[in-house]
Design a binder for this molecule. Structure first.
Ligand code: 3EB
Length: 416
């Protein structure tokens, strides 16, 4: 698989050719002394599970081996069609990676392409120092930055209520972060994979219970700190994805950033088209969801924008109920507006901003597997050549049919 730079634009990214099969693709990001590679892989074969894993691992190895410098996978999310396959999958991945097991999320969200698994991974090469602390924690240090990847955090048992389990996973992420000298206050991006997300439990909804626990936990923290863009005055929450899975499990993941550099800034972005989640009314959740629509990380002239799970919501209402094509179009439009130069300028960072062509990769969560073709048609029309994973998952409102998250890379004022 080759990558082609977008010569016509100021993008810092190179993405793989448009003619890759669905659920296969990569994006390469060259910073000064490190390179980062985002890639998506799904096996083409439909044989036994172990064969599909081996094919995926082989594809991943060959992708990495074709890069100029040696690269390590630091974080990966493995999308599984069947919960029963997780143990075997873990065993095969551990055999493959040995002492270098990336921080890993196993998520029961069937890949839409029909494979038993699909993998989304980040690799890093160059002068970065990567420390592997097992399946749940990896740190990556370069250029005075330390990224802490925490993954696959689950409650200790299945007994607790949705509230108790949610509270527990936040505590467990905090423990992991503390173990390497970080803390949850330094988290920029969170992922919450929650089985039966819209199901009722004890007179409430599981997602509402999660929001209650998150509100309590976040209430004790102070996000942003000295990294918050000066002049920023609004509520400061990490970007987030809150999404369903098959089964009743709960898995969480987060990304924290530590640095002493004084040219690094964090800016949580809101969407002018959408009510901030933390201002949603009580009809959606007694304690509102606490997340920002995106988190921009400004590193000198580079801007990395982590885009939260985005859906067909305008103000605080779901729009295009029952029409998956229009929901997908609205979702992409929401992302476009969110990362636009106008929106960055409105929120205190003129000269920043990105377009859909600056996206490195996206995940598209589709509620009904049967909507795959319709959703993909819109995504391919609006975001041609973009590495994309499509997976089946429930979105956290019963009327939402699709949700998209991603990450964009751009430069301030097109500077080198
Ligand atoms: C929404 O805009 C759609 O609870 O962390 C998107 C991203 C959604 C994150 C979360 C929920 C969350 O409200 C749902």
């Amino acid at each position: 698989m080759r990558v082609v730079p977008h010569a016509a634009t100021q993008t810092v990214l190179a993405r793989s050719h448009d003619d890759e099969p669905p659920d296969q693709g990569m994006a390469l990001l060259n910073l000064s002394r490190v390179s980062r590679l985002a890639f998506m892989v799904a096996p083409k074969g439909r044989g036994a599970f172990a064969e599909q894993v081996r094919e995926a691992l082989l594809t991943m190895s060959s992708l990495l081996n074709h890069q100029l410098a040696p690269m390590f996978v630091t974080i990966q999310t493995v999308f599984l069609a069947h919960e029963e396959d997780e143990e075997e999958c873990r065993r095969l991945f551990e055999e493959h990676y040995r002492d270098h097991v990336p921080a890993t999320n196993y998520v029961i969200q069937p890949p839409c392409c029909g494979a038993a698994l699909a993998v989304e991974a980040w690799a890093v090469g160059g002068t970065a120092k990567v420390e592997f602390h097992g399946e749940h924690l990896v740190t990556v240090s370069y250029d005075g930055l330390k990224w802490i990847h925490c993954a696959g955090i689950r409650p200790s048992g299945t007994a607790g209520s949705a509230f108790e389990q949610s509270a527990e996973v936040f505590d467990r992420m905090q423990e992991r972060l503390l173990s390497v000298g970080s803390k949850f206050d330094e988290v920029a991006r969170v992922w919450i994979y929650f089985g039966g997300i819209t199901a009722d439990e004890a007179g409430s909804e599981r997602y509402r219970e999660l929001n209650r626990a998150r509100t309590e936990f976040f209430g004790k923290l102070s996000f942003g700190g000295r990294l918050a863009l000066s002049g920023y005055e609004g509520d400061f929450y990490p970007a987030s994805t809150g999404i369903g899975t098959l089964g009743r499990g709960l898995t969480t993941s987060c990304l924290a950033l530590q640095t002493e550099r004084d040219d690094v800034r964090l800016l949580p972005l809101e969407n002018p088209l959408q009510t901030p989640s933390f201002c949603y009314g009580k009809e959606y959740s007694l304690k509102s969801p606490k997340f920002s629509r995106a988190m921009a990380v400004v590193l000198g002239n580079y801007v990395t924008t982590w885009i939260s799970g985005t859906a067909s919501i305008v103000d605080s209402e779901t729009v295009h109920v029952g029409d998956v094509t229009k929901q997908t179009e609205q979702t992409i439009e929401n992302i476009e507006r969110l990362i636009s130069a106008e929106n960055f300028a409105r929120q205190g960072l003129p000269g920043a901003g990105a377009g859909l062509r600056d996206l490195a990769k996206v995940r598209v969560y589709i509620k009904h597997a049967g909507d795959y073709d319709k959703v993909r048609a819109v995504c391919e029309r609006r975001c041609a050549g973009l590495p994309t994973i499509y997976a089946v998952a429930d979105v956290c409102r019963p009327d939402l049919l699709v949700e998209i998250e991603g990450v964009a890379f751009s430069r301030m004022n097109g500077k080198p």
